[in-house]
Design a protein around this ligand. Structure first.
Ligand code: CMP
Length: 143
């Protein structure tokens, strides 16, 4: 079954949006198989955002993502990678549709509340950065 990596960023945690974001995925029907809260070390942030190294916003992005606790999750279910991106809305909250997470709770691309993997390759890479195999749990989720 498909899995994706979703992270509530420091602004989302500080604003008390963790429960709201988890609830949206649960109510949609997706299954939470991994969950942890931590403050990201700088070297992990640089690995996670390696593709943005060299971009003008990279240093600010790393400083922001390491500035406070994040909530990292792995969600499982049919088409969850694309569905999570749709539920989050465009990266820039100004372009995110109303009703999406960023379109409801964000106004600034540098404080966009939540992160989600953008492809199967990214999902595999990001899950591997943040979770050990035995931290991903199997259980029944009756509909
Ligand atoms: P995310 O989906 O976590 O992946 C990369 C992040 O870089 C993105 O969300 C934004 O938060 C951030 N980002 C992208 N473009 C910009 C920008 N122009 N200025 C600041 N941050 C950006």
């Amino acid at each position: 079954m498909e899995r994706t990596f979703v992270m509530v960023k420091p602004d989302g945690v500080q604003r008390g949006l963790v429960g709201e974001i988890i609830a949206r995925f649960e109510r949609r029907g997706y299954k939470l198989v991994g969950l942890k809260m931590f403050t990201m070390p700088r070297e992990v942030a640089e690995t996670h955002y390696a593709e943005h190294r060299g971009k003008p916003f990279f240093e600010g992005l790393v400083r922001y993502i390491t500035s406070g606790p994040v909530v990292a999750m792995v969600w499982e279910g049919k088409n969850v990678i694309a569905a999570a991106r749709e539920m989050m809305g465009a990266t820039d909250p100004q372009k995110a549709l109303p009703g999406t997470i960023r379109g409801t709770y964000g106004i600034d691309v540098g404080r966009n509340v939540v992160h989600g993997s953008d492809s199967p390759a990214s999902a595999a890479r990001e899950i591997d950065i943040f979770f050990k195999a035995d931290e991903l749990l199997n259980y029944e989720r009756p509909l």
